[in-house]
Design a protein around this ligand. Structure first.
Ligand SMILES: Cc1ncc(COP(=O)(O)O)c(C=O)c1O
Length: 442
């Protein structure tokens, strides 16, 4: 097929996700290696967002590829009722790297499914049905996980595509506090309000939270926020679910974001970086206390592809790569370097409202006015298919050979953990040039 045919058939006969289908002309990717991918014309792009914040080891990691090939040759599939060596081996590794206390695992094939399982498990275990989530969040695309999603992707399927019983709390966003406070004078009013919600709602099974919010802005809470949440959940008997689909696997400079505050969730969900996205794998990890409940109660959940050997073998390889190449330590070091470069851009460009990040997980948020924080676009613009200013700038970056994802008013900078300082310099130099377009639009 010619490149034109590939694009035409893809756009006409396959769905482009989260968008109006009209005018979708996807770029054809034909190859990828390290931090770069190549289009059908042979042009190379530096991948500053690890595709969808998931290819953490970069492209063509030989250890992960070998694990897939070896497993495909040895045992491509076994029904979930069987034990396999990869299932046990991955289980052992997870006990080493996950936050302490998470000891029983359910394997699915996406972050969405990991959260669906978490919500179901929490409801079965507690016998309660309400779930508290936060407005600035994304937890997945199917009924329960989209219902728990605070961002406007949820609006489009209301009310028919939702489960009942999900309510929303204010997010922890110290740049744009939803309660109009300033930290630390706020005394964590956003966390305290969650306690107020739990006490006034009754019947709350779980509170689901991205420890560092991903797509919705790389929001990093102050250090006392998570310990406070843990205490509120303990005091009220509500389960704490940490959604680490994006923030896990070294992205923030720790194995998991909750490790920054030494907080142990009751359930942790993850996907993406667990296999560096080479194959789809989701994980729902629970405490033994929750697991033990199901010794004498029916565990009413399952998938044909649960614990699929082809998904587990590359996870083992990916975790071992993170360890043996010290990539989590490198994320801290390179994160400091990136932070310095991005902070320099902020002092130079009036269109930058905020630069925030941890590890190799950064957001650059644009504003029309640094004092009023007036944004370029609204959530309604996104869901109504209006062209967004940040997308125009991402397109400019693509022309210059840098792939950078954006969401409403900010860019998400989450490169593969193997990126070099030279590659960061190249990306920042181009970003600097493109940001002048935003400055001119003020
Ligand atoms: C925090 C978070 N949770 C859940 C999901 C859903 O994961 P998936 O797209 O693998 O279903 C995502 C996806 O971006 C995510 O970022």
């Amino acid at each position: 097929m010619t490149p034109e045919e590939v694009v035409a058939i893809t756009a006409k006969h396959t769905y482009g996700t989260w968008r109006f289908q009209k005018n979708w002309t996807p770029l054809q990717v034909i190859d990828a290696e390290g931090c770069y991918f190549t289009d059908s014309s042979g042009k190379k792009y530096l991948d500053l967002s690890s595709q969808l914040m998931c290819v953490s080891l970069g492209h063509k990691n030989q250890a992960v590829i070998k694990a897939i090939v070896d497993q495909a040759t040895k045992l491509a599939y076994a029904a979930p009722g069987f034990a396999t060596d990869v299932r046990a081996e991955l289980g052992k590794l997870l006990l080493e790297v996950l936050p302490k206390g998470l000891e029983k695992f359910y394997f699915s094939t996406s972050g969405t499914e990991a959260n669906e399982a978490a919500i179901k498990i929490a409801r079965m275990y507690t016998g309660k049905y309400k779930i508290i989530s936060r407005y600035n969040s994304y937890h997945g695309s199917t009924a329960a996980s989209i219902s728990a999603t605070g961002d406007p992707r949820r609006w489009a399927i209301e009310p028919s595509g939702k489960i009942e019983g999900v309510i929303f709390a204010p997010e922890c966003n110290c740049y744009r506090c939803p309660l109009g406070h300033t930290y630390p004078d706020c005394e964590l009013a956003c966390a305290n309000y969650i306690e107020h919600m739990i006490k006034n709602e009754s019947n709350v099974a779980a509170f689901i939270v991205e420890p560092v919010v991903g797509t919705n802005g790389i929001l990093i809470p102050p250090k006392d926020y998570f310990p406070r949440l843990r205490k509120i959940c303990d005091d009220t008997g509500v389960l704490l679910i940490a959604d680490e689909v994006m923030s896990g696997w070294g992205r923030t400079g720790k194995w998991f974001a909750v490790d920054h505050w030494n907080v142990q969730p009751d359930i942790l969900t993850t996907a993406k970086g667990i296999t560096s996205a080479y194959v789809p794998l989701g994980l729902t990890a629970t405490t033994m206390k929750i697991a033990d409940y199901f010794n004498d109660h029916y565990f009413a959940h399952g998938h044909t592809y649960e614990a699929h050997p082809l998904t587990l073998a590359p996870a083992i390889a990916a975790i071992n790569e993170l360890k043996s190449k010290n990539l989590i330590e490198k994320a801290v070091e390179l994160g400091d370097y990136l932070n310095e470069k991005l902070s320099n851009l902020k002092s130079k460009h009036p269109s930058i409202g905020d630069v925030r990040g941890v590890g190799l997980f950064f957001a650059v948020e644009l504003v029309k006015d640094q004092k009023t924080l007036e944004p370029f676009n609204t959530k309604e613009d996104k869901i109504n298919g209006k062209p967004l200013f940040v997308d125009k700038m991402s397109a400019e970056m693509m022309k210059r050979g840098v792939y950078l994802t954006a969401w409403i008013n900010h860019f998400i900078i989450a490169p593969p953990l193997i990126i070099t300082k030279e590659e960061i310099d190249f990306a920042v130099k181009n970003f600097d040039e493109v940001l002048t377009i935003a400055d001119e639009a003020l």
